[in-house]
Write a protein that binds this ligand. Structure first.
Ligand SMILES: NC(=O)c1ccc[n+]([C@@H]2O[C@H](COP(=O)([O-])OP(=O)(O)OC[C@H]3O[C@@H](n4cnc5c(N)ncnc54)[C@H](OP(=O)(O)O)[C@@H]3O)[C@@H](O)[C@H]2O)c1
Length: 254
């Protein structure tokens, strides 16, 4: 039995499937008690399956719904985790949405919509985590490697990449504000990943192009991210903070 996260409570936002679910199950396997957040009604089953999987392996988990575009929902989510588990040590926010359109075609509502989730919600989750995490807590955002890619303009990712870009600045700022309490704040920036999130937005030609950009001609798998997520939120990591960390099979670097 791995014990890296024994006595830790983790809140994983967007944990019904793909990255968030893998992060939640990894943390639970290594001893954390985990709040498995989901948003849409269709994701409830996935969240409950994650809770059941964790429970069957002897862990403790709880599924919680929230629309994090509303600050009141974020506060309610944190309240529920604290009430159930007695405190929070780790927050990982994987929530995100994609819009693939050239700048000249993005409508006002589309802009507001994507910034409400990718940017505003992320900010207020970090704010709540900064207020509530116990000493030596860990905050991890999921950004995007498009932050360093000139492909962003070519492939119409401006609203998506632009709405994720502030996470880097938010992390730098909050890391300094809470660092004296031993809390680290980072943003993990994956490259193209083999999940529905990616495939729903891409043409076969774009998939082929993005595969060629990695060192092995493949998209990233969720499992490729687990070692770096584990390292960033582990109690042993007290020195990597305020960073945007790229994990992308060599897709881009800076
Ligand atoms: N896949 C890629 O190629 C890639 C690459 C780089 C970065 N990323 C980022 O990685 C993260 C996870 O992506 P993924 O591939 O694992 O896709 P995913 O499973 O579709 O993750 C997106 C998550 O966002 C949640 N969400 C959407 N609207 C929400 C709302 N209003 N309130 C709360 N949660 C909401 C979804 O929850 P519900 O299903 O419950 O609505 C879902 O769990 C995203 O932030 C994405 O931007 C992805």
């Amino acid at each position: 039995m791995n014990t890296t996260f024994n006595n830790k409570v983790a809140l994983v936002i967007g944990a019904s499937r793909n990255m968030g679910r893998a992060f939640a199950e990894m943390l639970a396997q290594e001893g954390a008690r985990v709040a498995v957040h989901y948003h849409s009604a269709g994701s409830r089953t996935g969240a409950e399956e994650a809770v059941a999987t964790i429970g069957a392996a002897g862990g403790q988990a709880l599924a919680l719904q929230a629309d994090i575009r509303r600050v009141a929902d974020i506060q309610r989510l944190f309240d529920a985790v604290e009430e159930h588990f007695g405190g929070i040590d780790i927050v990982i926010n994987t929530a995100g949405q994609m819009l693939k359109k050239p700048v000249i075609e993005v409508g006002e509502d589309e802009f507001d919509d994507i910034f409400a989730l990718n940017c505003k919600a992320a900010f207020f989750i970090m704010q709540e985590a900064g207020k509530r995490l116990r000493d030596n807590g860990r905050i991890l955002n999921i950004g995007t490697s498009l932050l360093a890619a000139t492909v962003a303009g070519y492939a119409a990712y401006a609203a998506y990449a632009g709405s994720k870009a502030p996470l880097e600045d938010f992390s730098r700022a909050l890391a300094k504000e809470v660092g004296a309490r031993g809390i680290t704040v980072n943003t993990l920036c994956p490259g193209p990943m083999d999940t529905e999130f990616f495939h729903a937005a891409e043409t076969p030609e774009a998939v082929a192009y993005l595969k060629r950009a990695s060192i092995n001609g493949q998209l990233g798998q969720v499992g490729d991210l687990l070692p770096v997520v584990k390292m960033l939120v582990s109690p042993e990591n007290n020195w990597i903070t305020a960073q945007a960390i790229f994990a992308n099979g060599g897709f881009v670097a800076r």
